[in-house]
Design a protein around this ligand. Structure first.
Ligand code: CO8
Length: 256
């Protein structure tokens, strides 16, 4: 793994930190590759919650690497777009909930990585935006599809068309982030949230995420069929038996 991405797995919580503060954690090809490797390693370690954040005081991820992109031809740009999509998909399909701890700038491709997470928590110092239009391009790591599924369609269009940079309060009002916390409390708050998620029954959590993701992928009938199959599939699992037995016996469940 390149030294621009750090992975820590403690008590089932995998924390992935983009550590390239001199470039405000912009994702060049090496860093994206390292991020992909870190996600695979976290999955192999059976992480039950994932936290994505950026090193330093200023940035979550300031986007794709503009200096690198300025030199790319079409084939290189396509490969870069593909790699970014692979990484965003790996976050979205990570078999446990992912939280973006947005500690500063989240622009362009940085915001797109946050959009691939299940939950977004912003520091009061965060600034967010799909700023690609200012560079003569459009979002290339998923925002044209994930943004309108998160916020209302017109808000998504305004963000992409104007490239506005929203502060944390406005981002919260628009539904881009679930909550805003004091900058100094962000890490502890997100780690507490992640620990709480990691303590939930893992098989059911994985199934819940898969089923919720289906709501973005398929028709209502197809999604409901998926939910029914997934729901029934949990019966007979240790956690289903234990969770229900514990309720009946009036005690706390001991999940796997
Ligand atoms: N890429 C590369 N380097 C960057 C980036 C970036 N995205 N952002 C900042 N840096 C570098 C700066 O060049 C500077 O380097 P140096 O010290 O060597 O000059 C260093 O980080 C610090 O930056 P600033 O001095 O500019 O810091 P400020 O606090 O004054 O400003 C800003 C911070 C406002 C974040 C400013 O740096 C900025 O506007 N950055 C660009 C943000 C942006 O537009 N991001 C979107 C990029 S486009 C994108 O992400 C496309 C995604 C889809 C890709 C599809 C693949 C084909």
């Amino acid at each position: 793994m390149a030294d621009t991405v750090r992975l820590d797995v403690t008590d089932g919580v995998a924390t992935v930190t983009i550590d390239r503060p001199d470039a405000l954690n912009a994702l060049n090809v090496d860093t994206l590759g390292a991020l992909r490797d870190a996600l695979a390693e976290a999955e192999d370690a059976d992480a039950r919650a994932l936290v994505l954040t950026g090193a330093g005081e200023k940035a979550f991820i300031a986007g794709a690497d503009i200096a690198a992109m300025s030199e790319m031809d079409t084939a290189e740009a396509q490969a870069y777009a593909d790699l970014g999509h692979d990484v965003a998909n790996a976050i979205e399909q990570f078999p446990a909930p992912a939280i973006a701890a947005i500690n500063g700038y989240a622009f362009g491709g940085g915001m797109e990585m946050a959009l691939a997470c299940d939950l977004r928590v912003a520091s009061e110092r965060a600034l967010l935006g799909q700023t690609e239009i200012d560079l003569g391009i459009i979002p290339g790591w998923g925002a044209t599809q994930r943004l309108p599924r998160l916020v209302d369609d017109e808000t998504a269009r305004r963000l992409v068309f104007f490239g506005d940079r929203l502060d944390a309060t406005d981002a919260h009002e628009e539904g881009l982030v679930g909550e805003v916390v004091a900058h100094d409390e962000l890490d502890d708050h997100v780690q507490d949230l992640a620990a709480e998620l990691a303590a939930q029954p893992a098989t059911a959590m994985r199934a819940a995420k898969e089923a919720l993701n289906q709501s973005h992928e398929t028709t209502l009938a197809g999604g409901l069929a998926f939910e029914r199959r997934t729901w029934a599939g949990l019966f007979g699992s240790h956690d289903q038996r234990e969770g229900m037995r514990a309720f009946v016996e009036d005690r706390d469940p001991d999940f796997e």
